[in-house]
Design a binder for this molecule. Structure first.
Ligand SMILES: Cc1ncc(COP(=O)(O)O)c(C=O)c1O
Length: 379
């Protein structure tokens, strides 16, 4: 079944209770019980299960090609639940440029539970291997990374992890499983912020976890119930609706990103373009082996800082904001947004300069985005 058909048919799309052709919003916290302890009653309390949320989780299993999937109130709720699989005394290895929220959770929360954390440059397998200790239990990857789209070889990390009996977790938010399938490459757990491409309309916060490992699923199910960070019913419904066009949206956004990356690559006012399928991009060969496209996010540096204000004043279509993956193009300035909490030296070490911008391409017409960028770059 092709992906667009899957997104419309390969999970409960018709309500089993009423026949409604859109799964209704079962906006209820509790469910009336006819008998005490009725084993045939599907739902009792929404934190333990709800028909709208269950339909979405089945849709995630189809999307991710996974046996199990869980939904959460945000990408961070999904990620923090997964990281809490670690126990006191354990050690985890993460990318230096891991998403800011994951970095904060790993540096401010995990150590409180006796969990040791290392950050490494994940473009080098040798560097990852050097960090492994007898206490290491998990390697966490994010590829391509934010905001410089650095590439990690998923299969090589998984081979290394298997040799040391470690779990591998992949944040697949940028590519989604439509364009990169980490579970198929040996990753144990995939996490994604559904706030981004999966819902795609910048109107929901949510997260998902997908795995084929029953033991991990059951532990996470217990955590989900007890930490309580479930996805709200309304947001589950909005995501079910948004997801149906994921294939079409991503195709258009990626097409825009490819054209914009090419256009910016030769522009006199652009110093560097970061986009994983550009021939000049480090790791582009690895990326093309493990992913089906460069995705819809690219970053670029202006030639000088004194051009920033005019560029932003002249640009009309992309909204200036944090986040990515919406139908509208979103321009972010990492130095003052996602990476503002780092000091100048830390930002420099990660390659985040003041002239760096990240563009999440929306589904506007390519010619309009290109014309807008062209006129804004006449500075
Ligand atoms: C790569 C990545 N992972 C995780 C998250 C966290 O997702 P959320 O904001 O839904 O908690 C983000 C948010 O920007 C992200 O970019």
């Amino acid at each position: 079944m092709g992906i667009n058909t899957k997104l419309l048919h390969d999970y409960p799309v018709v309500d089993p209770y009423t026949g409604a052709s859109s799964i209704p919003k079962y906006q209820t916290s509790t469910f009336s019980q006819q008998h005490l302890s009725d084993p045939d009653q599907d739902f009792t309390y929404t934190r333990f299960g709800n028909p709208t949320i269950e339909a979405l989780e089945k849709a995630f299993c189809s999307l991710e090609d996974s046996t199990y999937a869980l939904s959460y109130a945000s990408g961070m709720a999904a990620i923090s639940n997964v990281l809490m699989l670690l126990k006191s005394g354990d050690h985890i290895i993460l990318p230096i440029e891991v998403y800011g929220g994951t970095c904060q959770f790993s540096t401010c929360v995990l150590p409180q539970y006796g969990i040791d954390v290392s950050f490494v440059d994940m473009s080098s397998i040798e560097k990852i291997e050097k960090e492994i200790t007898p206490e290491t239990k998990m390697i966490y990857i994010e590829t391509p990374s934010n905001p410089l789209l650095k590439v990690t070889d998923i299969k090589k990390v998984c081979d290394l992890a298997k040799a040391h009996d470690l779990l591998v977790v992949a944040d697949n938010t940028f590519m989604t499983s439509l364009y990169q399938q980490p579970l198929k490459l040996g990753v144990d757990i995939v996490v994604e912020s559904i706030t981004k491409f999966i819902n795609g309309h910048s109107d929901v916060l949510g997260g998902l976890v997908a795995t084929n490992n029953k033991d991990i699923y059951e532990k996470l199910q217990l955590f989900q119930k007890n930490f309580g960070g479930i996805l709200g019913v309304e947001d589950a419904w909005l995501t079910l609706r948004g997801m149906k066009t994921l294939g079409l949206r991503m195709k258009q956004s990626i097409n825009n990103a490819e054209q914009i990356a090419d256009f910016l690559s030769t522009h006199k006012n652009i110093k560097t373009v970061y986009y994983p399928t550009l021939r000049t991009h480090t790791g582009s060969e690895i990326h093309q082996q493990q992913a089906k496209s460069g995705g819809a996010v690219l970053s670029f540096e202006l030639v000088s800082e004194d051009k920033i204000d005019v560029f932003l004043e002249k640009l009309t279509l992309p909204i200036l904001a944090v986040s990515l993956g919406g139908v509208e193009s979103i321009l972010s300035h990492p130095a003052t947004m996602s990476h503002a909490c780092l000091c100048d030296e830390e930002r420099a070490a990660q390659g985040v300069s003041n002239t760096l911008f990240r563009l999440s391409c929306g589904i506007e017409d390519a010619e309009d985005l290109l014309a807008d960028l062209a006129q804004a770059l006449e500075i």
